[in-house]
Design a protein around this ligand. Structure first.
Ligand code: R5P
Length: 270
């Protein structure tokens, strides 16, 4: 592997553990206004010390994140659709030399296997990988869930394996029963998305189950920044991913942080 590629990958996947806590704040690229991301800069500022990398669009990166921020960037380069239309018809939305200008550590895009946009988005991925291989940028393929497709190991495993076969350096998918099979059949690191907001303990458990099943970390957004204690949540998830903490220990980290934060604001502890 070329030095630049290896160096960038090591900025995403901690070389000591081979795992990552990626903080995802790219939701607005198709959802528009997103609860918790009204002011993305303010949202992520207290979270950055606990994130191995930040996944976002170039618009939010340029306008909301200070250039001095010492955090590896995973730059979203696909989009062009919204929740009002056929989501799977994504195209590439960033001239790839802009990833160089923005000092991205990796680029990322969605593939919609099993949807109208399957062919186009897989060819987008191939194009991004060609750029990545030429210029030393790892590519994270996001397996978006195709219309009417069940989020099961058979379907997600298909999308992950195809992405890896096309040359993706990492794959993001959803946790599901039989996740070990997905990892076994995907010859690159697999990280999980958190999905819609669920109770904090369940989100910690989700991360723990994924790690036990061979995930290389998380690319988590809403279950962190929409939590009632985002710092507590990212610290808890980090403990699971990078320190092999069990659910009880990690949830305890969240609870303590929440109590500290309430006490700091002079509010009664729950
Ligand atoms: C979806 O494709 C977006 O890229 C999000 O970054 C991703 O779903 C992870 O965020 P969450 O944990 O909120 O699902």
């Amino acid at each position: 592997m070329d030095w630049g590629m290896k160096n960038r990958l090591s900025r995403i996947l901690n070389p000591a553990t081979g795992r990552t806590v990626m903080l995802a704040i790219d939701h607005g690229y198709f959802l528009g206004p997103t609860s918790g991301l009204e002011d993305p800069g303010a949202t992520v500022e207290p979270l950055l010390p606990y994130a191995d990398s930040l996944m976002l669009t170039r618009g939010v990166l340029r306008r909301c994140i200070p250039g001095e921020a010492n955090v590896p960037v995973v730059l979203r380069i696909s989009g062009g659709t919204s929740i009002l239309t056929e989501l799977s018809n994504e195209g590439l939305t960033v001239a790839l030399e802009d990833a160089v200008r923005l000092n991205a550590s990796a680029i990322t895009l969605s593939v919609f296997v099993g949807s109208d946009g399957e062919r186009t988005t897989l060819l987008n991925l191939a194009k991004a990988i060609d750029f990545g291989e030429r210029n030393g940028f790892p590519v994270l393929a996001v397996t978006a869930v195709g219309k009417d497709m069940v989020r099961d190991a058979r379907y997600l495993g298909l999308a992950c394996r195809i992405s890896a076969e096309l040359g993706a350096h990492m794959v993001k998918t959803y946790y599901c029963d039989g996740f070990e099979e997905i990892v076994r059949n995907t010859p690159v690191p697999v990280v999980i998305a958190g999905g819609k907001k669920i109770p904090e303990r369940e989100a910690v458990e989700l991360a723990w189950r994924a790690i036990q099943s061979g995930a290389s970390g998380v690319d988590m957004g809403r279950n962190i920044f929409q939590s009632d204690c985002p710092v507590g949540m990212i610290r808890a998830v980090r403990a699971v991913v990078q320190e092999n903490a069990d659910v009880k220990t990690a949830f305890g980290i969240y609870t303590e942080e929440k109590e500290r934060s309430l006490a700091g604001r002079g509010l009664p502890q729950q």
